[in-house]
Write a protein that binds this ligand. Sequence first.
Ligand code: OXD
Ligand code: MN
Length: 590
Amino acid sequence: MANLAERWVEEQAALTKPDKIYWVQGTEEEMRRLIEIGINQEKTGANPTFSELNQEVFANSYYHRSHPTDVARTEHLTFVCTPKKEDAGPNNNWMEPKEAKQMVSKLFDGCMRGRTLYVIPYMMGNPESPYAKPCIQITDSIYVVVSMYIMTRAGKKVLERIDASGRFVKGLHSIGDLDPDRRYIMHFPQDDLVMSVGSGYGGNALLGKKCFSLRIASYQGYREGWLAEHMIIMGVEEKKSGETMYILGAFPSACGKTNLAMIEPVLKGYTVTTLGDDIAWINVSADGRLYAINPEAGFFGVAPGTSEKTNPQMLRTLKSGRFYPTLFTNTGLDLDTNAPWWEGLTDKAPAHLLDWQGNPWDSASGKVAAHPNSRFTVSAYNCPILSKEFDNPKGVPISAILFGGRRSDTVPLVCESFDWNHGVFKASSLGSETTSAAAGQVGIVRRDPMAMLPFCGYNMADYFRHWMNVGSRLKDPPKIFFVNWFKRDAQGLFIWPGFRENFRIIKWMMDRVKGTVPAKETPIGFMPNYADLDLSGLDIPQSTFDRLCEVNPGEWQKEIRGIEEFYGQFGDRLPQELIKQLMELKRHFS
Ligand code: OXD
Ligand code: MN
């Protein structure tokens, strides 16, 4: 009798009707072969799926150009299909599961005719970890197969794990005809199932990432008592003591999360190691502490703005090519060197450049050469500062959690919450100006609780309660901090220098965790004293610091109105504790 995985694959093949079925083994030699096919035969729109890049500049790297309408996550086409609409919550688009399956099944019907159906068994998390989860993705895109090979632990060994556990997360994917009108990313949390059609873009098509490791996994975590979060994991070692503190950080997409995960400390005496740049699975261990693992095995990062200055470790990672190939998608292409190029990589653009759509780029046009959401896909194992704990099955113990957003005003540079529930309140009302990582208008403030608004696979009111329940199980809860690197002055210029200098704030947070510095109590939380922030070598006088840390009553009254409006949509389901916290804040500013 066919096993569980085979049976499911047969059913999907009966629906999608491919010419061939290919089970991915997960070997390097196999990926070379698939890349070759992508170079010579397989097309994405009018372009070959891959072309080889200059191996001297970026070793083992390949270029991919997507369909021009398929460049970002499409939140309006992303659905959470729970039997009851209230369980998906106002934070998700909803469709009744049976209806949703019927609708997308029509799009999947025969969509792989003349094509190959690839079966990718993969693991999210180190297979040795009790927290890791086995999965299978079906796809008809070689770009997706190679990307999954980089981003997850893929290979046939996972099938043994599926046989043993009798459970796996299923992902059915087809690029379909790439028509945005026939594009749907459907999640079925009750069935551990994702069906995605019409897009090859990472966040829509690498189903282990946002679809499973955040949307489906957040629901699993809700049921099972853990958290799946949109967070980086970093280790900061103090050389003098030899001690490492592990920190989580949540930021909405394209707010410098990856740069922070690999920050080169501007202060002497510290080393930063990276464990993850996007997703953390967080469990309460027997000792009452939070431990985090990164379920992914690679980085799918925004290229523009990545440079020797902003993220030298990422550039080293991208140039390594040591263990896995690296992909560049929708960047510009330097015709003289055959290397990818993007805005910010060098001060001056190359003389002969193709833009992300393959047209000669004209510097006078005012247009960008690389798409603002152009991406690299690179293995974490290629990263020179990958933490030696990266594969620790238990994960790493967490001492601090940091939340951030992109705000021109209102939110100060750094603020520590009074306690866990106050931190949950502040994180639940986090606002951020939108970026190009998702389709839609850029630069307007939207509430993005825990930076999870596009990724929470169930009603966020229940999610907030779940956060508080997890906190109540902790013996030694991590401190929760809020940062805003993006405050602007009256001329619209950033006040804080950002990038490497952000480490000064990390250092203050570590001092607070250790209890070695006092702080000022304000209505919104604890804030640093000027004297306790190490600003040595920076020209930041007290007056600038005061602007960075300003809590302006008028701005906060507006903020409170924004929070009230956001909370309103959750009705009675919103935990009373959050309403209490909001009332308390309001009292201070009325
Ligand atoms: C991402 C995102 O790709 O958050 O990580 O959009
Ligand atoms: Mn992300």
